[in-house]
Design a protein around this ligand. Structure first.
Ligand code: FAD
Length: 338
């Protein structure tokens, strides 16, 4: 077998909360997993979109930051030694040798006896503003999400957008940034009413500058480091905002991409599953988390956790038709291998 070809019991597509917990649940029924994600880090939406936001509806945790949920899921899965293939999208899912062969955008091949697709809304990316030379600045001084709030301490930050992310981060960064400017093409924002009130108060105190109605026009800088952001209004008026960083918050576009071609019985942007097993139209392929649809589905992290357990048990039955699972609580069996 080549270095890029692997064999495992279950291939998990997507390392969001549902996929990570599927590794644990599969481990508890003695099935090993390889996990593939198109993002560079595990955690799905929690790590990519809102790592520092507190979540209030994870059972047993009255309040927990999203990144901490991810870290704990990784820790919980660790005894089962999952193999992660990150920064690569699963492009192909084909039947092979009684199982499935997954091929990624980096050429990695994973042969699995069963597959759990936990791909959320699909591989997602930010809506990018149409600015010349934007790519040179991305990841250096233009960011589509705030991974570490502290990185903006003492910086002059331009935030673009009028929704919750733009308003929430303007409020938050006003506490530590040297200057926060919010560029929005309308005078009215589209955020939670209490956040809008807070933003208006900060603007009045001079702690945030509202640059409205303007939109982004051009970037100035060198070697990826911004010096200024140029903005324009609808009448052709322009302004130059000296800045160290630009945070465009224009939402995300998610695309199921190749998943739509795998014959999984798509229902719009979702995969229709049997809610008792999370089985798809292909025997041996399960879908869980935000991707999976059935009547009454609640798109919540906790729903994905329960579906991970259902899919792991169903996969066990599928792979061991002659050996019924002897169901045991974790309190009885412990964590095998831990
Ligand atoms: C701002 C915000 C706040 C939220 N707050 C809450 C909350 O308080 N409580 C709550 O329960 N839920 C909340 N949610 C929703 C929650 O984040 C989702 O329900 C959850 O992330 C779904 O988990 P998942 O594992 O199904 O998918 P995701 O987290 O979307 O992860 C899917 C992963 O699959 C990967 N992927 C997709 N296609 C491929 C492919 N072809 N190859 C490789 N990888 C692929 C993606 O890159 C992604 O990493 C919130 C969401 C947002 C955006």
């Amino acid at each position: 077998m080549s270095a890029r070809r692997h064999a495992t019991d279950i291939a998990v597509i997507g390392a969001g909360p549902a996929g990570l917990f599927a590794v644990f649940e599969a481990g508890m029924v003695k099935l090993r997993c390889h996990v593939i994600d198109s993002l560079e880090a595990v955690g799905g939406q929690l790590a990519a979109l809102y790592p520092e936001k507190p979540i209030f509806d994870i059972p047993g945790f009255p309040r927990i930051d999203a990144q901490e949920v991810v870290d704990r899921l990784v820790e919980q899965a660790r005894p089962f030694a999952p193999v992660y293939h990150l920064d690569q999208q699963v492009e192909r899912l084909a039947r092979e040798d009684g199982g499935f062969l997954l091929t990624t955008s980096k050429g990695t091949e994973v042969h699995a006896r069963a597959v759990i697709v936990a791909a959320g809304a699909g591989a997602f990316g930010p809506n990018r503003p149409p600015l010349d030379g934007l790519a040179d600045y991305e990841g250096k001084s233009v960011f589509y999400l705030v991974r570490r709030r502290e990185d903006f301490r003492g910086k002059r930050v331009v935030i673009a957008g009028g929704g919750d992310s733009a308003v929430d981060w303007a409020i938050s960064l006003s506490e530590i940034a040297a200057r926060v400017m919010v560029v929005h093409r309308r005078a009215k924002f589209r955020a939670a009413p209490e956040s809008e009130v807070r933003l208006a108060a900060l603007a009045k105190e001079g702690r945030v500058e509202l640059v409205t109605p303007y939109q982004l026009d051009a970037l100035e800088g060198k070697a990826g480091q911004l010096a200024a952001v140029r903005v324009k209004d609808l009448d052709g008026g322009t302004r130059r905002l000296e800045a160290d960083a630009l945070l465009p918050f224009f939402g995300l576009a998610a695309s199921l991409g190749p998943i739509a071609d795998w014959g999984l019985g798509l229902d719009g942007h979702h995969v229709a599953v049997d809610p008792a097993t999370c089985g798809t139209s292909i025997p041996g392929v399960y879908a869980i988390g935000d991707l999976a649809a059935y009547p009454g589905k609640l798109k919540l992290i906790l729903t994905g956790f329960a579906e991970a357990a259902l899919a792991a048990h169903a996969a066990y039955d599928f792979l061991n038709p002659d050996q019924p699972l002897h169901f045991q609580y974790s309190t009885s069996q412990g964590v095998p291998g831990a």
